[in-house]
Design a protein around this ligand. Structure first.
Ligand SMILES: N[C@@H](CCC[C@H](N)C(=O)O)C(=O)O
Length: 297
């Protein structure tokens, strides 16, 4: 027998990337400081590997802090989902992004962030972050969905659609990224989450695929949801999803357009307001630092 050699402890890892890990209600992200760059320093394939929960750091996505495209913005945020696909926006991600900037010493009360969904503005509160998520996009062609529009502005509200052997009533809202919202009576009994979620995500009526939110109305100011995310599967929270389903619930007449609606996600609560004065959606919730390190890519 030969004596096994003691593992070599690396003080510096070759091809390593420095990262910080944050989460918003358990929707977790690997944050990379690329403030000196125009484009992400990692490929989608490298991001997918880092997100692997067994062979990598683990995460629902990788987020890059980049240079702004013009003086109108402070920074650019780009994100890869855990499968390497690139979404336009991420609600929990942008709160983590703002907290990451603050922790890097970029102390500002608010940030003008350039995203693929346009300008998004997180505002730092004492122990939460409120994000101006902009106006929801409702026209079917822009969501995008090929479901037949059945509501004002060529939009889709509780449209009937058959998928996975069941008939669904789907409302479509984009918060820069697409969402299919389905109201159910009982979140535990009415859906086969692990099968219905991916079937709807990839249904042919969603040419860019879609995030899927199953929602139960608990009270006029309280919604409970489960989310199946495009490119990431089941996650503990989805900020853009919470915004989309609040808008969908108001449009479907399920809740009034009140001050603020509590949305309970598997990982905790977000507070969402679809403001009448500017038609923007405002999302308030936490962003939490978890750990930092360097990882081989
Ligand atoms: N978890 C996010 C949404 C991330 C992007 C999404 N998976 C997509 O592909 O659109 C959120 O908090 O909004």
């Amino acid at each position: 027998f030969s004596t096994p050699r003691a593992p070599r402890r690396a003080t510096t890892v070759r091809n390593a990337v420095q990262f910080s890990k944050y989460h918003g209600l358990g929707n977790d992200f690997i944050l990379i400081d690329n403030r000196d760059r125009d484009d992400p320093s990692l490929t989608p394939e490298q991001a997918e590997k880092l997100c692997n929960r067994n062979f990598g750091i683990g995460g629902d996505g990788v987020i890059f802090a980049l240079k702004p495209p013009s003086s109108e913005y402070d920074f650019t945020m780009r994100i890869y989902n855990s499968d390497g696909s690139e979404p336009e926006m991420c609600g929990n991600g942008i709160r983590c992004f703002a907290q990451f900037l603050k922790d890097l010493g970029e102390e500002q009360k608010s940030y003008n962030i350039h995203t693929l969904a346009g300008k998004i503005v997180p505002v730092m509160n004492e122990d939460s972050i409120t994000v101006d998520m902009g106006e929801p996009i409702l026209a079917a062609a822009k969501v995008p969905t090929t479901l037949e529009p059945n509501f004002e502005g060529d939009s889709v509200v509780e449209q009937t659609y058959e998928c996975n052997g069941k008939e669904w009533k789907i409302s479509c809202v984009s918060m820069g990224n697409p969402h299919a919202v389905i109201f159910v009576n009982d979140l535990e009994k009415d859906i086969d989450f692990a099968n219905d979620g991916p079937a709807l995500e990839k249904a042919s009526v969603f040419p860019a695929k879609t995030n899927v939110e199953f929602v139960q109305v608990k009270a006029p100011d309280h919604l409970v949801m489960k989310v199946w995310e495009r490119g990431a599967g089941p996650t503990l929270a989805c900020g853009t999803g919470a915004c989309a389903l609040t808008v969908a619930a108001i449009r479907a007449g399920k809740i009034p357009r009140g001050e603020s609606c509590r949305v309970t996600l598997p990982g905790g609560d977000l507070f969402i307001e679809w403001r009448e004065s500017d038609s923007h959606v405002y999302m308030t919730g936490p962003a939490t630092f978890a750990f930092e390190g360097s990882a081989k890519v």
